[in-house]
Design a protein around this ligand. Sequence first.
Ligand code: B16
Ligand code: MG
Length: 222
Amino acid sequence: MKAKAFIFDLDGVLTDTARYHYLAWKELADKLGYYFDQEINERLKGVSRIKSFQIILEVNNALNKYTLEEQEKFANEKNDIYVELIKNVTNNDILPGINELLEKCKESNIKCAVASASKNAFSVLENLGIKDKFDYISDARLIKNTKPDPEVFIDCMKALNLLPNECIGFEDAEAGIEAIQAAKMMSVGINVTCNNIKPTLEFKSTSEIDFDKIIEVHNSLN
Ligand code: B16
Ligand code: MG
């Protein structure tokens, strides 16, 4: 089966907003008197907003301190800080090689979609100036089950009217690779650390993404 779509994760694949997530969580954690560092932030990559806050609480042995409603209130506070910070995102924040890759997809008639857990994906893509380059952007607010559940990748596939073996997913987080594989698509890992599974193909960074190699591997699978 021919490859017909590339489905991209946002944070860590198209841009690196992890530092803004870090700064926003750090401000909230400091206010609440909880420990939070870059290492804990790594564990929040690809994880939903509320689950991220629960990880911070868990590390601080405070998971049972708040009701879900209170947790949501604090997670929203973090989001207000994050929304302010991402106003600084510009096209300079597009990761190296991504513009060229999107161009190559267009030339080769490969559709492009975004499968992000972020409810801020639309504004980040708008600020990056690449929103119009995608045929479909999944709306995280409508996705019930977050990664490693395949729902967001399946949503993109259905919107593009394609089959799993016509789609290739790109991810920087293990939960995302799991989600792509659960959707029965070929997975491409970008600087991903996986403990339990292995992506079909891996690149150390976005600048090393090799379009021809991806197509070659995809052809050999089908
Ligand atoms: P928001 P991705 C994920 O985006 C981030 O990696 C993760 O750190 C964040 O908590 C999550 O989005 C939710 O983001 O709070 O903006 O809804 O990697 O799936 O593009
Ligand atoms: Mg990611």
